[in-house]
Write a protein that binds this ligand. Structure first.
Ligand SMILES: Nc1ncnc2c1ncn2[C@@H]1O[C@H](COP(=O)(O)OP(=O)(O)OP(=O)(O)O)[C@@H](O)[C@H]1O
Ligand SMILES: [Mg+2]
Length: 307
C-alpha cells in the first residue's frame, strides 16, 4: 500500500486555484521533492499535509487512513519551515526537547532522545547554547533536530536551507541526505532550487500552476522531460529541429552542425558556450579537462548523440 497518498488534492483561495487536483503517492522511506517556480502551490500542498491549510477538494491518506480527520498536532509530522524560528529564550537542548514535552515524554527519556538527536545533527557540543550564539547552518540543524526528535512519520521541509550561503547549503544538503538515509524517515521537501531537488530526492514532482507536470527520479525527469515547461525549468536546454538537447550532450566535432562561438565563459569545472548556428543560438557545456577549447569567434562543428 502507498504510505502517503494525495488524491485529487485541491485548494482554492477565493477564485484563485493554488493547487489543482494533485495526485501523488509517496512510499515509506522515500525522499520526494516538490519543485517548481514561485507561486506554483508547493507550500500550500505541504501545509495541507501538515494540517494548517484545509483542502477545497480531494483526500490525503496515511497508511490508508484519512489524515484530514486527524488534528494537525496529532498527525505525527516533523516540520521545518523557512520561517519556523527557534525559541530565542530556550537553549538548543530545550528547543529540541520541546516537542517531546508536548507529547508528555518523561524527563529521562527526553534527555536521552535529545542527546541522541543532537549527536545525529552534529550539535552535541552545543546543547547549552542559545540560538543567537549559533551560525545560520547550526540553527537550521537545531530546527531539523527539533523536527526529528519526535520520530515523525513524515518529515516536511519547506525551503529549509534557503537562508544559507551556497557552500553551507551544499554541506547541509549532504548532511540532510545522510540523516534521512540513516533514519529512513519519509521526507517531502519543498524547494524552487532544481539542483537541490535533484541532489536530494528519490523522486521529483515538478509543479506548474498547481498541477504536477511530471513525477519521476531526477535523472529521468532531467533526461526525458515530459513537457517544454519541465525541460526549461530543469536547467538549460537547446531545441534543435524539434528535439530537446541538453547543453552537456553537445560536443565539438570535426563534422556536424556548423557554428561560430559567440561567448565562452569559464565556470571552474566546465566551460559554458553560446554558439551561433543555422538552428539558432545553442548552449554548450563542456567539462574542463585541461585541454585547449575553442575560443570566442572560432568556427566550430557541433554534434550530439540521439537519446
Ligand atoms: N492564504 C492565502 N490566500 C490567498 N492566496 C494564497 C494564500 N496562500 C497562498 N496563496 C496563493 O496561492 C498560490 C500558491 O502559493 P504557495 O505559497 O503554495 O506557492 P509556492 O509554490 O510555495 O511559492 P514560493 O516558491 O514563492 O514559496 C500563490 O499564487 C499564492 O499567492
Ligand atoms: Mg512556498
Amino acid at each position: 500500500m502507498t504510505f502517503l497518498a494525495l488524491e485529487g488534492l485541491g485548494k482554492r483561495f477565493g477564485s484563485h486555484v493554488a493547487v489543482d487536483g494533485l495526485t501523488l503517492g509517496v512510499e515509506k522511506g522515500e525522499f520526494v521533492s516538490l519543485l517548481g517556480p514561485s507561486g506554483c502551490g508547493k507550500t500550500t500542498t505541504l501545509q495541507m499535509i501538515a494540517g494548517f491549510v484545509e483542502p477545497s477538494a480531494g483526500a490525503i491518506r496515511l497508511e490508508g487512513r484519512d489524515l484530514l480527520a486527524v488534528k494537525p498536532a496529532k498527525r505525527g509530522l516533523g516540520i521545518v519551515f523557512q520561517s519556523y524560528a527557534l525559541f530565542p529564550h530556550m537553549t538548543v537542548a530545550e528547543n529540541v526537547a520541546f516537542g517531546l514535552e508536548m507529547q508528555g515524554v518523561a524527563a529521562d527519556e527526553r534527555r536521552r532522545r535529545v542527546g541522541e538527536t543532537l549527536e545525529l545533527v552534529g550539535l552535541a557540543a552545543f546543547s547549552g547554547r542559545f540560538p543567537r550564539q549559533l551560525s545560520g547552518g547550526q540553527q537550521q540543524r537545531v530546527a531539523l533536530a527539533r523536527a526529528l526528535v519526535i520520530r515523525p512519520r513524515i518529515l516536511l521541509l519547506d525551503e529549509p536551507l534557503s537562508n544559507l550561503d551556497a557552500k553551507l547549503r551544499e554541506e547541509m544538503q549532504i548532511e540532510l541526505r545522510q540523516i534521512q538515509r540513516t533514519l529512513g524517515t519519509t521526507t517531502i521537501l519543498v524547494t524552487h532550487d532544481q539542483a537541490e531537488a535533484m541532489a536530494l530526492s528519490d523522486r521529483l514532482v515538478v509543479m506548474n500552476q498547481g498541477r504536477a507536470e511530471q513525477v519521476g527520479p531526477p535523472h529521468v525527469v532531467y533526461e526525458r522531460p515530459a513537457t517544454p515547461f519541465v525541460a526549461s525549468f530543469l536547467g538549460r536546454t537547446n531545441l534543435v529541429a524539434g528535439e530537446t538537447v541538453r547543453p552537456e550532450k553537445i560536443v565539438f566535432a570535426a563534422t556536424g552542425l556548423a557554428g561560430k562561438v559567440r561567448t565562452r565563459i569559464f565556470q571552474g569545472n566546465h566551460w559554458l558556450y553560446q554558439v551561433e548556428t543555422a538552428s539558432g543560438l545553442l548552449t554548450v557545456i563542456r567539462q574542463n579537462s585541461g585541454e585547449a577549447m575553442p575560443g570566442e569567434g572560432e568556427q566550430v562543428h557541433l554534434a550530439w548523440g540521439k537519446a
